[in-house]
Design a protein around this ligand. Structure first.
Ligand SMILES: *[C@@H]1O[C@H](CO)[C@@H](O)[C@H](O)[C@H]1NC(C)=O
Ligand SMILES: *[C@@H]1O[C@H](CO)[C@@H](O)[C@H](O)[C@H]1NC(C)=O
Ligand SMILES: *[C@@H]1O[C@H](CO)[C@@H](O)[C@H](O)[C@H]1NC(C)=O
Ligand SMILES: *[C@@H]1O[C@H](CO)[C@@H](O)[C@H](O)[C@H]1NC(C)=O
Ligand SMILES: [Zn+2]
Length: 469
């Protein structure tokens, strides 16, 4: 890595020549110079904001997403819908007259949930809403009928390991945060299988519920039996917890037809505005095109994908061409663990010194509050300065750490990264559930998100120097 940094440094030196506001060209720019350079983008930033929020492009990312989401529907890795989505975007990006529109092949997981249902048989008949978890095995064709043990944590499960044998483990873990609580979804089956359970039902990782289960990926472990696993609603998890607390015996019948097929061919979808001066240098904006197989994947991550497309459209509409290449990547198979992004990274990392910043929006496109940023202190100061250009819409904050499964590979290797920060208060109400539809998206909020995304990506792509790393 040091070697790469050294080359980068030497490459950058000549670019200071003649551009510095100082007389003495042997010294790099001061922060004051950089501030002035950024202030020079005030009018362009206003033009972008005007076009996206008030002008001709008002509601465009929302309207485009609505047609896409209603036409294609949900887009699970390996599904025909995902293929259709990629074809759709390939045409749409060409029709938008973006440059170098192309597809990069990736092999992706292909899991289908099949038919599934759960019935409580004791103490009373009650239909339990479930969503099988990605990669879960099926039950035997006749299903599994077993007594339930309800636990609130892995600790409790381990303490009551003897009782769990031959039972269905129901986890009624409290929702603390997605990051903290999601391990019950990803490891719940493995932990239950280790103590001899025959299936696991996990309280959905959701901060609010109207009896909806929320799906997501889960992981088996080598040498641990693979048991069927699904999420249930918060309401049913709490009810079974209350019943078991009263000493009531609970029996559940579970049937799942899930199936894993061989990996499928898929693609990352790419389009560009080629840079005018440093076309080999890249500012990458992105979201993932795949989704879960429920709802419409409008929020996760239709919104992120479509504001990223919108960034290129807005820049093109304004007749702008940044010095560096602005590259849109719509990832495939993010939900299965960033499969498309991993392959993209492996293929393109030889050019890592030319990646200026990697940006991903994958945590909603609600009311934006700023930018999450990963990078060194100098780069952070520059990004903070760029965010002042968004004062007209009052979205100027820079938070610690960019988040995004798909850009992680680059950030771990030192490339600066950015993610959109927005109001997440309702995000986990809908996440990975039937509720993730256009109904939760708001055109005004998407306009603001698109403006933030465009100003940041354009200015970074057009500044004389790459961000320091
Ligand atoms: C954009 O959406 C808002 C909110 O639905 C609406 O009031 C406005 O008229 C729309 N603008 C256009 C150009 O369709
Ligand atoms: C409960 O469901 C089972 C199986 O569908 C059925 O045989 C039984 O009659 C039901 N019991 C009651 C009380 O409805
Ligand atoms: C690396 O960058 C060069 C110069 O832009 C380009 O020609 C080449 O295709 C890139 N390689 C990969 C794997 O993207
Ligand atoms: C600007 O945003 C901040 C939070 O980021 C908020 O506290 C403040 O009230 C907003 N100001 C206006 C004028 O909307
Ligand atoms: Zn996502």
């Amino acid at each position: 890595m040091k070697y790469v940094f050294l080359i980068l440094f030497i490459n950058l030196l000549p670019q200071y020549a003649g551009k510095s506001l100082r007389r003495d060209d042997r010294y790099p720019k001061t922060f004051e110079d950089i501030k002035n350079e950024i202030a020079g983008y005030t009018d362009i930033a206003k033009a972008i904001i005007d076009l996206a929020v008030h002008g001709k492009a008002q509601n465009r990312s929302y309207e485009r997403l609505a047609v896409f989401a209603d036409t294609i529907g949900p887009r699970l890795s390996g599904s025909k819908n995902l293929d259709a989505a990629i074809k759709y975007m390939f045409s749409a990006l060409q029709e938008d007259e973006l440059e170098n529109v192309h597809l990069e092949p990736v092999k992706v997981p292909h899991w289908e949930r099949g038919e599934e249902f759960a019935m409580m048989l004791e103490p009373r008949n009650h239909s339990i809403a479930i969503l099988g978890l990605g990669s879960s095995v099926a039950t035997p064709p006749e299903g599994i009928t077993a007594e339930v043990i309800v636990v609130a944590s892995f600790d409790e499960l381990h303490k009551r390991a003897q009782e769990a044998k031959g039972k269905i483990v129901v986890y009624n873990e409290p929702f603390i945060s997605y990051g903290e609580t999601v391990r019950y979804r990803s490891q719940g089956a493995v932990e239950a299988a280790k103590v001899g359970a025959v299936a696991s039902l996990i309280r959905s990782i959701a901060s609010f519920s109207i009896h909806s289960p929320h799906t997501g990926w889960q992981n088996y472990q080598p040498d641990v039996p693979q048991i069927p696993t699904a999420c249930i609603s918060v309401e049913d998890a709490e009810m079974m917890s209350r019943m078991s607390f009263r000493g009531t015996k609970i029996v559940v019948h579970l049937k799942m037809g899930a199936k894993t097929y061989p990996d499928s061919p898929s693609f990352n979808t790419v389009a560009e505005i080629v840079g005018s001066k440093y076309p080999e240098q890249i500012v990458l904006v992105s979201g993932h095109l795949d989704s879960w197989d429920v709802g419409q994947g409008a929020m996760d991550d239709g919104g992120g994908a479509f504001i990223s497309w919108e960034a290129l459209s807005l820049i093109k509409d304004l007749g702008l061409r940044p010095k560096r290449t602005l590259r849109l990547v719509l990832w495939t198979a993010e939900e299965q663990g960033g499969i498309g992004a991993k392959q993209y990274y492996q293929l393109h990392k030889e050019n890592i010194s030319n990646f200026d910043i990697v940006m991903e929006s994958d945590e909603g496109t609600f009311q934006p509050s700023g930018l999450g940023f990963t990078g060194n202190a100098k780069a952070r100061d520059i990004v903070k300065e760029i965010m002042t250009l968004l004062q007209p819409i009052n979205v100027t904050d820079v938070y610690d750490n960019a988040d995004g499964t798909d850009i992680d590979y680059w950030m771990r290797d030192g490339v600066p990264g950015a993610s959109l920060h927005d109001d997440l208060s309702k995000y986990f109400w809908f996440h990975h559930s039937q509720g993730d539809t256009m109904t939760v998206q708001d055109p005004n909020q998407m306009n603001l998100c698109a403006a933030v995304w465009t100003v940041v990506s354009y200015v970074i792509a057009d500044m004389e120097e790459m961000l320091p790393r």
